[in-house]
Ligand binder design. Structure first.
Ligand SMILES: Cc1cc2nc3c(=O)[nH]c(=O)nc-3n(C[C@H](O)[C@H](O)[C@H](O)COP(=O)(O)OP(=O)(O)OC[C@H]3O[C@@H](n4cnc5c(N)ncnc54)[C@H](O)[C@@H]3O)c2cc1C
Length: 468
């Protein structure tokens, strides 16, 4: 082979070099979709800013839902491909620039998820005791960036704003009998704090009615059957307006049926309560001496907009709920990557069906793509990312169809190795991660837990060094 000769891009003589940034579900599914192409020779480098792969499967999915994490087996099989390398502990945007990626790869896929949260935009949001679901979830799941957070759980009453599945996770972890969490991979410090905590009542605040609630039937049923907890719903708030009666599919109907039954049971007799409030919006978080003491809510009414969607608007009737803690769970949002066009309004990378676009002109930025939550926002389950990543990979393949390229010494795995070595980073390979995995599972076994996660990046790097 000489440097002058051209070959078909993605052939054995000139493999396609792809960088995937982010090793959550979307990153792995994008890698899988590329590796499955019969007529494509591809070399993939999968980067993550953390030494650990799997994104929100490790740091989002609730510890008491271990079966969901079994999807990791699928990702392990993908990682076993000799055409894929994992580079953990490398943050694109700081350790490694997008310009460097452009130099060393034919195509770049951004799979960075949505790592921050939306704000309510109401007074009192930053009082002590007002937290985002993002923080709380990351804390109980031992995310290295959040282990130092503290939550004062000495209050009897907490409000959770939002009714998505994340809000259900937060409510469940706050309300569940801690003995049922002992064997999970929950952070040890979080379990201890929950045990010492006094929270007896969690009030969930839903902007719209039961028909529009985003939680799944299973999630709410799980809360309704928690040991020692009553799920309390006011029958008046279960009365549907005409537009809601006509709207929604089977799930919506089933959720209404289930909650109507629950509303008939009244207050119940258990010490702990989860109170589900519909058609209310927080308008202010109230406090004393800088700490949350209550949340002021406004009653909403529902109306169909011109497209038939059911929307809410305030009625001017207010109520004050005394609470010591507020968890805001109204959606995650992306963090801009330096050098990558970002849609501030939607909180995602600017893209057209996965092809990155310029934020001003809307023109396609060649060879750059987005998948997963970074592409479409924080919606959808783990499995949703599979078809979503496959759809972006189709665009990637369309874009190289019929293209030829010279052998480019910069676009080879060895050139990437040299570039990373020059940076003196402690890059974590997939084999290194397996050492961490082994350590965590062994530590968990000793404690009667599924896994005891390592808490800091430095502890992880130390374990790798020792075990090697
Ligand atoms: C609290 C919570 C609970 C959930 N529970 C469930 C559930 O029970 N079942 C279910 O099906 N779905 C669940 N989901 C949804 C599911 O987790 C998402 O659909 C999925 O994780 C999105 O995948 P992703 O790859 O786009 O993003 P992520 O999973 O967030 O992965 C993004 C990855 O990118 C990395 N990254 C970010 N920035 C950089 C950078 N600059 N450089 C390098 N790497 C970077 C991150 O470290 C991370 O590993 C839950 C979500 C949340 C928030």
């Amino acid at each position: 082979m000489t440097g002058e000769q051209v070959y078909s891009l993605g052939s054995k003589d000139r493999p396609l070099q792809v960088a995937i940034v982010g090793s959550g579900p979307a990153g792995f599914y994008a890698a899988d979709a590329l590796l499955r192409q019969k007529d494509l020779t591809v070399q993939i480098d999968l980067y993550d800013r953390l030494p650990t792969p799997y994104g929100l499967v490790r740091f989002g999915v609730a510890p008491d839902h271990p079966k969901i994490k079994a999807v990791i087996r699928v990702y392990e099989r993908i990682a076993a491909s000799r055409h894929l390398r994992f580079f953990g502990n490398v943050k694109v945007g700081s350790n490694l620039s997008v310009q460097e990626l452009r130099k060393h790869y034919d195509q770049i896929v951004y799979a960075v998820g949505c790592e921050t949260d939306r704000r309510l935009g109401i007074p009192g949001e930053d009082l002590q005791g007002s937290h985002t679901a993002t923080e709380f979830v990351a804390w109980y799941n031992s995310h290295p960036d959040y282990i130092e957070r503290s939550f004062d759980l000495s209050h009897k009453c907490a409000a959770v704003v939002g009714v998505g599945n994340v809000a259900m996770d937060v409510t469940r972890i706050l309300s569940k009998d801690q003995d049922e969490l002992v064997h999970t991979d929950i952070a040890g410090y979080a379990l201890e704090a929950l045990r010492k905590g006094q929270v007896e009542e969690v009030v969930i605040l839903a902007r719209r009615g039961p028909k529009q609630a985003a939680f799944s039937l299973n999630e709410i049923k799980e809360i309704g059957s928690l040991k020692g907890v009553d799920l309390v719903v006011d029958p008046k708030e279960m009365e549907l307006d005409e537009a809601s009666k006509a709207s929604g599919g089977k799930q919506g109907r089933q959720k209404v049926e289930y909650l109507t039954e629950k509303s008939k049971a009244g207050e119940g007799s258990q010490r702990r309560k989860v109170r589900l409030r519909f058609c209310v919006s927080p308008v202010e978080i109230l406090g004393e001496n800088g700490r949350v003491t209550a949340v002021k809510i406004e009653k909403n009414e529902l109306y169909p907009d011109e497209t038939g969607d059911i929307r809410s608007r305030g009625t001017g009737q207010y109520e004050v709920l005394p609470v010591g803690l507020v968890f805001r769970s109204i959606g995650y949002q992306g963090v801009p990557l330096p050098g990558v066009p970002f849609d501030e309004k939607r909180g995602v990378i600017c893209n057209q069906e996965g092809r990155v676009t310029d934020s001003v002109s809307g023109q396609i930025v060649p060879n750059e793509y987005a998948v997963g939550w970074a592409k479409r926002g924080p919606t959808g389950l783990i499995g949703t990312n599979k078809s979503d990543s496959a759809a972006t990979v189709e665009k990637m393949l369309e874009d190289i169809e019929g293209k030829s390229a010279k052998v480019d010494l910069e676009k080879r795995p060895e050139a990437v190795d040299r570039m990373l070595a020059g940076k003196k980073l402690q890059v974590v390979t997939f084999e290194d991660w397996k050492l961490l995995d082994q350590q965590e599972v062994e530590a968990g076994k000793r404690l009667g837990k599924l896994r005891e996660k390592l808490l800091t990046v430095s502890a992880m790097l130390k374990v790798i060094e020792e075990r090697q």
